[in-house]
Design a protein around this ligand. Structure first.
Ligand code: HAM
Length: 418
């Protein structure tokens, strides 16, 4: 077989029907749930000034050093296709002076130049929440619970929630130094990347997938052992709010997450069904990010869920039900215009309707109706036209009856079962 001349770029995907519908369904479940929790949609550009990401995701993070799609535009500006949503949302909140506190959600495409594999794409969808101006640990817990509820709504049963705290400006420096010393003692065992991380951002070493590095940090001191009293209390309140809800979670002392802006709470949703890229989503608290991007001192916490990974982990839908749509079938050329007029009338009344104008035979039109998974066919032939009626065929049961032309809309609606 010869390669098609034009193929999609590596790491991207086409969502053709019915996959596009599954995807839209997942987005719909997310939007609905986000709005139930009081979040409103924010739409920000798909590219930003590169500095927005360098300043927030972090100069030492893999996302910034290895995975960004950065380019100069024709005006010599340094721009980057967004690798994640949080920095752009925070930038927009500051720039538009949104009233704090605010709860925002987003759905859209993101871009990371990684090695494509199962669950890892160069263009992927994220579903995210950001709560700005909320310092309470109850908000951390609410967001963690939100994500767990979202996966449950989609029938994902094997989702494991991992939670950790990585401290704050007060307690992190001491921890960082201790970890740095620990890693310096073992630098010979670490990969080249991690050797650089020792000085730049030693916490990143916990994220390294290289086996030798994993072994080397097995007994490393963890952030939790160094939390200050305030951080310890915050963390306990997060956990007790999760316990009150009966949410099962796992404490993971090594969960530092791959982005630099986090403090205190970090969490991730893991699914064993995903293989190596097992994180369905993740997030945490970022109390310094708004200030670092030039805004007022404002705490924040959020989550982002990977759309493709959610689709991979969710059980396949049952066979799709017949759609809420009608198919208008004409028997001879003489009824074709009447078919088009009826379809227009149905659509004007909010009923989805299709006509196969090009069909040469009635059988072909019924096939098209089946392919479109229409709920019913409305048949117009010379007899129907003469009598001022339509023949309405329920495609689920095969039953057919005559319906007066002014009663057709109601009769069609009655066939739209869930
Ligand atoms: P993140 O962990 O980098 O966090 O990404 C969140 C989720 O996006 C991942 O758990 C994964 O499901 C999905 N994801 C990331 N990269 C890819 C990829 N290359 N292909 C497919 N899916 C991917 C963030 O992005 C933070 N902004 C989350 C956050 C929001 N923290 C606070 N607020």
């Amino acid at each position: 077989m010869t390669e098609p001349k034009q193929s999609r770029p590596k790491g991207t995907q086409d969502f053709t029907p019915p996959d596009s519908e599954r995807r839209r369904h997942v987005e719909g479940v997310f939007r609905h749930l986000a709005e139930c929790y009081g979040y409103q949609e924010i739409i920000t550009p798909t590219f930003e000034h590169t500095t927005v990401f360098v300043k927030s995701s972090g100069e030492g993070s893999d996302v910034v050093t290895k995975e960004m799609y950065s380019f100069k535009d024709r005006g010599d500006r340094d721009l980057t296709l967004r690798p994640e949503g949080t920095p752009g949302v925070v930038r927009a909140v500051i720039e538009n002076r949104l009233r704090i506190p605010c709860r925002l959600y987003y759905v859209g495409p993101f871009f990371r130049y990684g090695r494509p594999q199962k669950g890892r794409f160069r263009e992927f969808g994220q579903l995210g929440l950001e709560a700005l101006g909320e310092a309470s640990p109850l908000v951390d817990a609410e967001i963690i619970y939100f994500g767990a509820g979202f996966f449950e709504d989609l029938g994902i049963r094997d989702c494991l929630v991992q939670v950790n705290s990585i401290g704050c400006r007060a307690c992190r420096p001491a921890y960082r130094n201790t970890l740095r010393d620990f890693l310096l003692d073992r630098s010979g065992q670490l990969c080249a990347d991690c050797q650089v991380r020792i000085e730049r951002n030693p916490l990143r070493v916990f994220d390294c997938k290289v086996e030798a590095c994993r072994v080397a940090v097995k007994d490393a001191p963890t952030p939790r052992q160094y939390l200050c009293t305030d951080c310890e209390q915050h963390h306990e309140q997060v956990l007790s709010a999760l316990n009150r809800r009966g949410l099962r979670y796992e404490a993971n002392d090594r969960l530092v997450r791959g982005l630099d802006y986090y403090n205190r709470t970090t969490f991730e949703y893991i699914s064993a069904s995903l293989g190596a890229q097992d994180s369905l989503g993740g997030g945490g608290r970022y109390d310094y990010l708004v200030e670092e991007l030039g805004g007022p001192d404002t705490p924040g916490v959020g989550v982002a869920i990977g759309l493709e990974r959610t689709l991979l982990a969710a059980p396949a839908e049952p066979a799709p039900a017949r759609r809420h749509s009608a198919f208008v079938v004409w028997l001879t050329e003489a009824e074709r215009d009447a078919a088009q007029e009826l379809a227009d009338r149905l659509r004007a009344d909010g009923i989805a309707a299709q006509v196969d104008y090009g069909a040469r035979k009635v059988k072909g039109q019924f096939k098209s109706a089946d392919a479109a998974q229409a709920a019913c066919c409305i048949i117009i032939g010379p007899d129907e036209l003469a009598k001022g009626v339509y023949s309405l065929k329920d495609l689920a049961t095969g039953e057919q009856r005559e319906v007066a032309s002014d009663a057709i809309n109601e009769a069609v609606r009655a066939l739209f079962r869930d």
